[in-house]
Ligand binder design. Sequence first.
Ligand SMILES: Cc1cc2nc3c(=O)[nH]c(=O)nc-3n(C[C@H](O)[C@H](O)[C@H](O)COP(=O)(O)OP(=O)(O)OC[C@H]3O[C@@H](n4cnc5c(N)ncnc54)[C@H](O)[C@@H]3O)c2cc1C
Length: 529
Amino acid sequence: MAPARLKVFGWGREDEGMTAEEEAFALDVHSRRFGTADFPSIATPTLADIHLRPPRIAPPSALKRICSTETYDRAAHAHGKGFTDAVRALLNDFDSAPDVVAYPTNEQDIAAVMDWAGSVGAALIPFGGGSSVVGGVTPPTDAPAAITVDLKQLDKVLEIDRSSRAARIQAGVFGPALENQLRPHRLTLRHFPQSFEFSTLGGWIATRSGGHFATLYTQIDDFVESLRVVTPAGTLQSRRLPGSGAGPSPDRMFIGSEGILGVITEAWMRLQDRPRFRAGGAVRFMDFFTAARALRLLSQAGLYPANCRILDAEEAFNTGAGDGSVAIMVLAFESADHPLDAWMARALECCADHGGVPEGAGRTDAHREGAAGQWRNAFIRMPYGRERMTPRGIISDTFETAITWDRFETFHDQVKAAAEQAIRDATGRPGQVTCRFTHVYPDGPAPYFSFHALGRHGALIEQWQTIKTAASDAVIAGGGTITHHHAVGRDHRPWYDRQRPDLFAAALTAAKRALDPRGILNPGVLIDP
Ligand SMILES: Cc1cc2nc3c(=O)[nH]c(=O)nc-3n(C[C@H](O)[C@H](O)[C@H](O)COP(=O)(O)OP(=O)(O)OC[C@H]3O[C@@H](n4cnc5c(N)ncnc54)[C@H](O)[C@@H]3O)c2cc1C
């Protein structure tokens, strides 16, 4: 049986969502946080309620086969999955819906759609899973017309090179379908962003996504061996090499290009053998900074745990992983080659140096139990919360960054204080800002902040914007990056513009002009149209 369609409003497929228990747990946490259980709710529009402007362009006859102007297709490509996307969909605002959605089956189709877009002056938006949280797939409303190119038909592993442990993979494949095709070969890409189920290889490469193995190979960058990209100026393919010092890397130019330079159609990706050995568990610390100091030690010891994230006490409480009095470190090692008890034991020694107390008396096989298991489940289920909480006026969102260790503690306090103050300014009452580390490097962590505020219907986007602006200003003022793995898109532009050198923007603009002379690809993302 074919799986249900992806939702127009919300996360995942139409037959999926929060269970009643999960919803009750989330509402209980919000009630304690805001001191009220009264969350006036507004109804979510159904597909029948959505009325789109008639398409401004019609596909030429040669492209009709792969194009749709159906309401479902256009509405499902109007927004990404960020907070403001959810509010706009909730308010039945689908002004950004593309005129046409194309589902190419090969590179010739993509080149033909590009030619057509160029000839009618339409913006062309490359679309993988549409899980962008930064406005990366939202068609601009000021373009004369918009065509979204959804790559989901390009979903195959085409070739496997077992001896080099690499595979040639089409860009539109979703995470689970990719891993299912690699499993019979006992291989894995081992790249698991939280959005893994509903995002694609091409999207990961285009946004430099961060998988949830937290050290060593964290971002997709390191797994890309070579790329194929269709641009309005032609198709290019980089050479498969394990490493190369031949000038600036063509792959690096397209990794993170967010659909403004071309459509990535396939990539040779470096793979790994599927792990057979695991060790892990959770460690409790008296507070977040003490846990961070232990983690710095660990990250500089060369142990490279597959997973090592820390949750502050409130974050641990919110996910059911802690009682709110202690910070938690979730730790896991894995290998296809050797047992890991010695690695885990050494990591626990690093933790003990900072007063870290392991759960389960130091057992090394508890990575799916206790606080570690609770955190893992909450992490996987978390994305389903937004579609239930936004209609109740609850603003919950996240922002993420990275900073070197020498500045981390001051940076954390300043960013948290700025976001907390902005919540009070925007909503007239306190909210909550929590922090965890999603990734850790020897020279610094990637702090990931969650914020919760009780908003007001009719003002949700303005209230969110006040908080987002204050937090982003503080991140940039403190020397962090505007994004560690959520990408730039349209939403992060003002801060990305302050972060990147002006000369680099000029060079990127020149590269875009060479590859996309009519400026049709994803206008407004990364650089000015
Ligand atoms: C609940 C949730 C959890 C998330 N967790 C993570 C996480 O853990 N780590 C992380 O890194 N991100 C995360 N994200 C953000 C998002 O999932 C990533 O940015 C992801 O890489 C996007 O993949 P996608 O296939 O959905 O791309 P889309 O959202 O469809 O597109 C993203 C951008 O890439 C461009 N693009 C897409 N495909 C191509 C292509 N083939 N060629 C050229 N350009 C293309 C688009 O034009 C757009 O600019 C999360 C998002 C959500 C909603």
